[in-house]
Design a protein around this ligand. Structure first.
Ligand code: NAD
Length: 371
């Protein structure tokens, strides 16, 4: 079977990791790279030997790209994702957060949907085998209905930038139900459009309740998914499934561990060094995320970390802030005002080289491979 042809757009820190994850999957081949930064472009070309372009539109014109991988600062996402879709690729996998405003995301999704393009946004924890197995087990009804989800330690200092990881798992544990309404408050300034921490309550349309802790030390970190017959717990490192002891009802003191369902060990895997070709391991999660995209392309449907998921989690973060702006009142979703936005931190929004300084930045990009 012919391999899917991957075109990387943005050969920076994260783009290099995505490219390496694709290189390790025999169903695809990384055939080209585009980057407006001549130094990053030349380094990637020298490391891989693929065709290199200063402009992604020229790459799409000259190479028959199946999977476009725009791994870019957020401000570039709308224009490039839409450009890739209009050029006729089969799949697009950009990074997270998907964009700044809901209006931009609506447009990105509409263009991809109208062309039946598989669209993913973000190398996400939801793709990790530990979470996928837990979701399957809970989804099969083995623990009875999900009653509540606690997001322990909150979304960190960014509800959109990093928090989208956590909101994604929350909504997947809720069976990807629509959010009916939510209320909450932000950590710093409710009037600011800039990304910040937050806390609150989410009511899903299927009745599941979710609680977002604001204080990172309030009750440890991770997730607790309470079901009728037991519980799933993650501390962001190790995970476990537990069943209420027979006859004790929903006793939270007496739980027995369910063995043999979840993979053993740390969710992100053990640290690994460089491989025999000199590449640094791109991380269990990036490998799993690229695999999820290729699996989805083969099935002709979006992966768990879809563009639609990116839209939902951005909307949740905005709704929580809007609630604060309205005196912590409940806010119904979907939000009517599509111009609402969250501006990610500068290091997500713009190229990192000028922000970090060239020397420090290049040390990081160079560390991906022993050249
Ligand atoms: N999922 C995760 O856990 C995770 C981790 C790190 C970064 N990220 C996300 O990945 C994205 C990129 O981060 P990074 O650290 O690789 O940034 P970076 O600054 O290292 O790389 C960005 C690259 O894109 C290039 N570029 C920018 N605009 C372009 C355009 N229009 N056309 C072609 N090339 C263009 C730049 O020249 C640069 O080489 C960010 O959105 C960030 O939020 C996600």
């Amino acid at each position: 079977m012919a391999k899917y042809r991957v075109g990387l757009i943005g050969a920076g820190r994260k783009g290099t990791q995505h490219a390496r994850a694709y290189m390790m999957d025999e169903r695809v081949e990384v055939v080209a790279v585009a980057d407006g930064d001549p130094e990053n472009l030349a380094l990637f070309q020298q490391r891989t030997g693929v065709a290199a372009y200063a402009d992604y539109r020229e790459m799409l014109e000259k190479q028959a790209i199946d999977i476009a991988a725009p791994i870019l600062p957020v401000n570039a996402n709308p224009e490039v994702v839409i450009g890739c879709a209009e050029a006729g690729v089969k799949a697009i996998f950009c990074e997270k957060p998907i964009s700044v405003s809901l209006a931009e995301v609506d447009q990105m999704i509409d263009v991809c949907r109208s062309r039946r393009i598989v669209f993913a946004a973000g190398d996400l924890d939801v793709n990790l085998p530990a979470y996928q197995k837990a979701l399957q087990f809970i989804g099969s009804g083995e623990l009875g209905a999900v009653k509540s989800i606690s997001l322990l330690g909150g979304p960190g200092g960014e509800m959109s930038g990093g928090g989208c990881q956590r909101f994604t798992l929350m909504r997947h544990f809720a069976g990807c139900a629509e959010v009916a309404w939510m209320m909450g408050w932000v950590s710093d300034d409710p009037l600011s459009d800039h990304d910040q921490g937050g806390a609150g309550y989410v009511r899903f349309a299927n009745g599941i309740e979710a609680f977002i802790y604001g204080d990172k030390d309030a009750r440890g970190r991770g997730y607790e998914v309470a079901c009728e017959g037991g519980v799933f717990r993650s501390d962001d490192n190790l995970v476990g499934l537990y069943r209420h002891v027979e006859g004790d009802g929903a006793s939270w003191d007496k739980l027995e561990k369910i063995e043999g369902v979840l993979p053993a060990g740390r969710i992100y895997g053990e640290p690994r060094g460089y491989d025999e070709q000199g590449w640094k391991w791109p991380g269990d999660r990036n490998v799993a995320s690229c695999k999820a995209l290729i699996d989805a392309l083969q099935r002709g449907e979006d992966p768990p970390g879809s563009g639609e998921n990116g839209r939902k989690v951005l909307e949740m973060a905005i709704a929580l802030r809007e609630s604060h702006r309205q005196g912590c009142a409940p806010v119904k979703l979907p939000l009517v005002d599509r111009n609402l936005r969250i501006i990610p931190s500068p290091a997500r929004m713009y190229n990192k080289k000028p922000i970090f300084g060239r020397e420090k930045y290049m040390d990081q990009v160079l560390s991906h491979k022993k050249d």
